[in-house]
Design a binder for this molecule. Structure first.
Ligand SMILES: NC(=O)c1ccc[n+]([C@@H]2O[C@H](COP(=O)([O-])OP(=O)(O)OC[C@H]3O[C@@H](n4cnc5c(N)ncnc54)[C@H](OP(=O)(O)O)[C@@H]3O)[C@@H](O)[C@H]2O)c1
Length: 342
């Protein structure tokens, strides 16, 4: 009991330390997101989910600037279209090539929407080099919300739907991996996965256990870390050239606080703007994992990176023997996928 309290206090202090010192720890990194990318990405196709707010915008923008074709997988296409229009004007103003983007609808609250996206993607696009599962929610209002599929919203939007998206696009990624030796799927998790002291696979929906949105968020983010471990192990055995990585982007001023009352959102920005990372800085780790050779060259299975763009050990609950495999089986069952999908 005392040990548990001590472990929880230590975990929170560690998270606080990460928030307060992240700028210092990241000072070796370029401040512009696109400068993390060293290769010319012309000829590559990347999918970025949640590209219409926060670090999704800066991630997609940096990939576009480096010449990649970027599919903006979003739930509000009008927002993504406005971004493409802005980027087109910016490119024209400096005389560079117009952005090579496609806007496609994807609502993670609906598994049917994920399947429709994957089908449309396969019909329209010729290849897939990188999938960045960036979209996510942290409903700070604390309300228990169910998706249209009847699942707790953090579980579905942060974990199950991105897992389905990954599985349905896996063949496209594997094809590129086999041809070029480099295809990647990147999951944007969070250091808050450390607040989850183990997944409750018999109640991932919090139907029977006591609910808080923080607990649901942490559980969904730990699920991402474990899922990547199971997926990457399979990719390394069966799909040479294709890898899965997971990361904590840092603590960033974004729209993630949108569920708080307006006055609290303003207070959050005033209080934290000087401590937290900018959206541009918050995109660096996603871009590092998605594009840099070093990220995969010496990485362990299902590597977990942090805002410093360095591989770190995730929470001890992500390292428990057999947990990743149990989650893998749970996920396939929940999504109605066959064991031999990979
Ligand atoms: N900000 C941080 O400090 C922080 C820290 C650790 C991890 N993260 C993770 O970083 C990722 C990006 O977060 P952010 O901070 O940039 O948040 P954000 O500004 O709120 O952006 C989230 C993006 O996800 C999209 N999205 C949300 N629910 C969706 C759904 N059901 N279907 C499709 N798209 C959906 C949003 O679309 P709309 O624009 O249409 O709303 C938006 O584009 C998340 O996975 C988050 O958990 C953030």
């Amino acid at each position: 009991m005392l040990f548990d309290v001590f472990a929880r206090v230590r975990c929170r202090l560690d998270i606080l330390n990460d928030i307060l010192l992240q700028r210092y720890h990241c000072k070796h990194l370029p401040s512009r997101a696109e400068d993390v990318i060293v290769d010319d990405l012309r000829g590559k196709t990347c999918v970025v989910t949640g590209p219409t707010s926060g670090i999704g915008v800066t991630t997609a923008r940096a990939l576009v600037k480096r010449g990649a074709r970027v599919v903006l997988a979003c739930r509000t296409p009008s927002k993504a279209e406005a971004l493409v229009e802005r980027w087109t004007k910016e490119a024209a103003a400096v005389g560079t090539a117009p952005p090579d983007c496609a806007v496609m609808a994807l609502d993670l609250d609906s598994l049917a929407s994920v399947e429709a996206f994957a089908k449309a993607f396969q019909q329209r696009e010729k290849r897939l080099d990188v999938l960045i599962n960036n979209a996510g929610i942290f409903d700070m209002s604390g309300a228990y919300v169910r998706t249209s599929d009847g699942r707790e919203q953090h579980l579905q939007a942060n974990f199950l739907a991105p897992a389905l998206l990954t599985m349905t696009l896996l063949n496209a990624l594997r094809k590129t991996g086999a041809e070029t030796g480099d295809a990647r799927v990147v999951f944007v998790s969070s250091k808050l996965h450390e607040l989850c002291t183990g997944l409750n696979l018999s109640d991932m929906d919090f139907k029977r256990s006591s609910y808080s949105s923080q607990a649901a968020y942490a559980s969904s983010k730990l699920a991402e870390v474990l899922f990547v471990k199971a997926l990457d192990a399979r990719l390394r055995a069966k799909a040479p050239g294709t890898r899965a990585l997971v990361l904590h982007p840092g603590n960033i001023v974004t729209g993630v606080v949108r569920t708080l009352p307006m006055w609290l959102q303003s207070l959050y920005k005033i209080l934290f703007e000087r401590i937290l990372l900018t959206a541009d800085q918050g995109a660096r780790c996603s871009l590092y994992c998605a594009t840099r050779t070093e990220a995969v060259a010496s990485a362990t299975i299902g590597p977990y990176f942090t805002s410093e763009c360095e591989e770190r050990t995730p929470s001890k609950y992500a390292l428990v023997e057999g947990e990743a495999e149990k989650l893998w089986r749970y996920t396939l069952k929940e999504l109605g996928l066959e064991d031999d999908i990979i």
